[in-house]
Design a protein around this ligand. Structure first.
Ligand code: CTP
Ligand code: MG
Length: 373
């Protein structure tokens, strides 16, 4: 029996999105879904470690038949918690959700090497840079022979008892093979692959897109919305509530920034507009919040195979002052759009026009989307 642990409990600090890295979209699916799909071709049992608070969302994403456990503070701790949910396995594969594009072929080669007798098998690629060992003062203390170095990847495969033994003590290392080697076991290196790169930064995501053949199919769109101020209404703008401001009219919450972004996304993907997707023919969306419409728009375009590279919106009006709450608004919108990069700007119009006369608020948005092949 082959079990697999997919480590997905990291926050993705270096990536810098407002959602955990494993939930970032790559083409038509999240990193985690890519990893699950490849590993399910060989594993009989799969355990996913989720960031605390995201367990339900991840359960819904990966579906029944996959165990979701809460991860730990370090990757090693997450793997230990995942391991505790496994019983009766011969082999365990430990894989990073961040290595979303590791191929089925690589995963099967790890398993084959285990089946032919190695107790620990890890993929690695030759190092191309010269690597230095440095001391605490920033001076070079050694230059290992580059020919003896490998950049190692996941999935790393182990005999169940060997991995259990290595994790018996709560030690910490950046991979499981280090713990297994420390426990005195031999670790075999097999040939890795470039597409199993670890997605750490947004640049890595762009590199990963090359492997799924969608790097070239970008498209853009623009969306505009405006609403007049209406006394007695709350102001919702850019996904958040502005308590001391006058609201705007409209049959929804009147969030012009959210609406402009939705239309920019529909424009970029050619999938209609806000009205045709959520208009009067869809009464369930009457009065829907800006965030709900952003989420729904994201799901419509995702189903059509698009992912969002970037959206920006410029809010035009005398009030409110956006600056102080910009970060909060960006985080809210980014979260509604599956972690997309978001920019929010604001301007007045020097007293001219509808917004300059203080009659309402307008917004202009642009979106850059990627179509997966
Ligand atoms: N991971 C985990 N539990 C942790 C930390 C990391 O399960 N406490 C997982 C991550 O979700 C990722 C893999 O281990 O799939 C490799 O870690 P890394 O690429 O470092 O991801 P993050 O820790 O999320 O990123 P960062 O270090 O930038 O915060
Ligand atoms: Mg990390």
């Amino acid at each position: 029996m082959i079990a697999a642990i997919i480590a997905a409990a990291g926050s993705g600090e270096r990536f810098g999105a407002s959602i955990p890295k494993a939930l970032i979209q790559l083409g038509d699916r999240s990193l985690l879904e890519h990893a699950v799909s490849a590993i399910s071709s060989v594993a009989d049992q799969i355990v996913v470690t989720a960031p605390a608070g995201y367990e339900e969302q991840i359960r819904a994403l990966v579906g029944d038949g996959i165990t979701v456990v809460t991860g730990g503070v370090t990757r090693s701790e997450s793997v230990r918690l995942g391991l505790a949910a496994i019983s009766g396995a011969d082999f365990v594969l430990v894989h990073d959700a961040a290595r979303a594009l590791a191929s089925k072929d690589l995963i099967s080669r790890v398993v084959k090497a285990l089946q032919s007798g190695d107790v620990a098998v890890i993929p690695g690629l030759p190092e191309v840079d010269t690597v230095k060992v440095i001391d605490a003062n920033g001076y070079v203390s050694a230059t290992p022979d580059r020919a003896t170095l490998r950049r190692v990847q996941t999935p790393q495969g182990f005999s169940y008892s060997v991995l259990k033994d290595a994790h018996a003590q709560p030690a910490d290392a950046t991979d499981d093979a280090a713990l297994v080697a420390n426990a005195g076991h031999k670790v075999r290196i097999i040939e890795g692959e470039e597409r199993a790169l670890k997605i750490t930064t947004p640049q890595d995501l762009t590199a990963a897109l090359q492997f799924i053949g969608s790097a070239d199919s970008f498209s853009t769109g623009v969306g505009v919305d405006a609403h007049a101020f209406a006394e007695g209404r709350q102001l919702w703008l850019a996904g958040i509530l502005w308590p001391d401001e006058v609201g705007v009219g409209g049959h929804s919450d009147g969030d012009v920034a959210a609406h402009a972004i939705c239309d920019a996304l529909f424009a970029a993907t050619g999938l209609g507009d806000l009205g045709s997707n959520f208009g009067t023919s869809r009464p369930e969306y009457a009065g829907a919040s800006g965030v709900t419409l952003l989420k729904e728009t994201h799901s419509v375009i995702s189903r059509a195979g698009y992912s969002i590279s970037h959206v920006s919106v410029q809010i035009i009006g005398n009030r409110p002052r956006i600056g102080a709450r910009r970060a909060e608004a960006i985080a809210t919108i980014s979260q509604a759009l599956g972690g997309a990069e978001v920019a929010i700007l604001a301007t007045t119009t020097d007293g001219m026009g509808l917004t300059g006369e203080g009659k309402g608020i307008a917004a202009i948005a642009s979106a850059l989307v990627i179509k997966s092949a």
